[in-house]
Design a protein around this ligand. Structure first.
Ligand SMILES: Nc1ncnc2c1ncn2[C@@H]1O[C@H](COP(=O)(O)OP(=O)(O)OP(=O)(O)O)[C@@H](O)[C@H]1O
Ligand SMILES: [Mg+2]
Length: 298
């Protein structure tokens, strides 16, 4: 056998693909990278992300889908960015590139000072695991696996001891307010609790960056505010850079900056002047209890 497969990378890639994330078509690698190198003066003070003239073309048989048509975007450390735009405008495609799940067809992507646009699948997997946490609309937890084990999952790929793994996973569950539910399986948890487990899993490797693709899409309004409270806390208290895709203006107002996509381009990019504070709003919202549910059934 000539082929060498790194088993850890194989598991990791399986994990991502199993979570509904499409692997990149390798066809586009044939296209030449013709963009100029980015000059340092183009970058902001502490850019975590710098996308420069990013294009993405998907090939489906003979058909080419030009999903991104020249995206240039810089996100500095500690920013909380909401990405909005119509369906099909290229939000998830951009997120997949930022998250090193996919590669641009053309253009450069500098993540934390390193050009990652042309890295191999395995190199991208290493970067994902060490620098980036992901949260998805559908939670993407493993069924028949406890909350604690779900949170421990990203650490299975690193050299962390079992004791340390448990400790870090518990700390992450504490950070999202899920103490006491660590042994519950996803089907024993509410949607909001499952999303908290997913956020704890995203946190556990202490990423510099958390990417969330419609994290409140499956949640009711109070639970959405609770999830936004966690994101705002992580952003404020731990300085984690956050990028969140949403269709809801209300949700975007918890971010500090909004970037709007249209037809594979950035249509507008602005600061949120009157930012919402999830923690303050929750104090005013009535708590939903089991009794309330019973009343509704009567
Ligand atoms: N793997 C793929 N193969 C072919 N075309 C794709 C692929 N992924 C996305 N596209 C196309 O690229 C364009 C941008 O898709 P993308 O998923 O980024 O949109 P989006 O803004 O996230 O939309 P939504 O709000 O519906 O999630 C669309 O035309 C879509 O059909
Ligand atoms: Mg999408």
């Amino acid at each position: 056998m000539n082929s060498t497969i790194n088993p850890q990378s194989a598991i990791r890639n399986q994990f991502w693909e199993g979570n509904g994330v499409q692997a990149s078509t390798e066809l586009e690698t044939k296209e030449k990278q013709i963009d100029k190198k980015i000059e340092p003066q183009e970058l902001g003070t502490h850019p975590v992300i710098h996308l420069s003239h990013i294009h993405k073309v998907y090939h489906m048989g003979d058909i080419e889908v030009h999903a991104l048509r020249g995206i240039t975007l810089t996100v500095n450390k500690g920013e909380f960015v909401a990405i909005m735009g119509a369906s099909g405008s290229g939000k998830s495609t951009t997120m997949n590139i930022i998250g090193c799940l996919d590669r641009p067809t053309r253009g450069h992507y500098i993540l934390d000072g390193r050009d990652v646009s042309e890295l191999s699948k395995d190199e991208r997997a290493d970067i994902r695991n060490s620098k980036i946490g992901f949260v998805f609309q559908g939670f993407n937890l493993l069924p028949r696996t406890s909350a604690l084990e779900n949170v421990e999952l990203p650490m299975l790929y690193s050299d962390v001891s079992t004791t340390e793994r448990h400790k870090r996973a518990m700390d992450a569950l504490i950070a999202v307010g899920l103490v006491g539910r660590e042994h519950s399986h996803p089907n024993q948890l509410s949607g909001g609790q499952q999303q908290r487990v997913a956020i704890a899993r995203a946190l556990v490797n202490q990423p510099a960056l958390i990417l969330a693709d419609e994290p409140t899409g499956n949640l009711d309004s109070r639970t959405s505010v609770e999830v936004m409270e966690i994101f705002q806390k992580l952003n404020r208290e731990q300085g984690i850079t956050l990028i969140l895709i949403t269709h809801e203006h209300d949700i975007a107002e918890y971010a500090s900056r909004v970037v709007i996509f249209k037809d594979g381009k950035i249509k507008s990019d602005y600061r949120v002047t009157e930012r919402r504070d999830a923690s303050e709003e929750l104090k005013l919202l009535p708590t939903i209890t089991d009794d309330d549910d019973d009343d509704e059934d009567d």
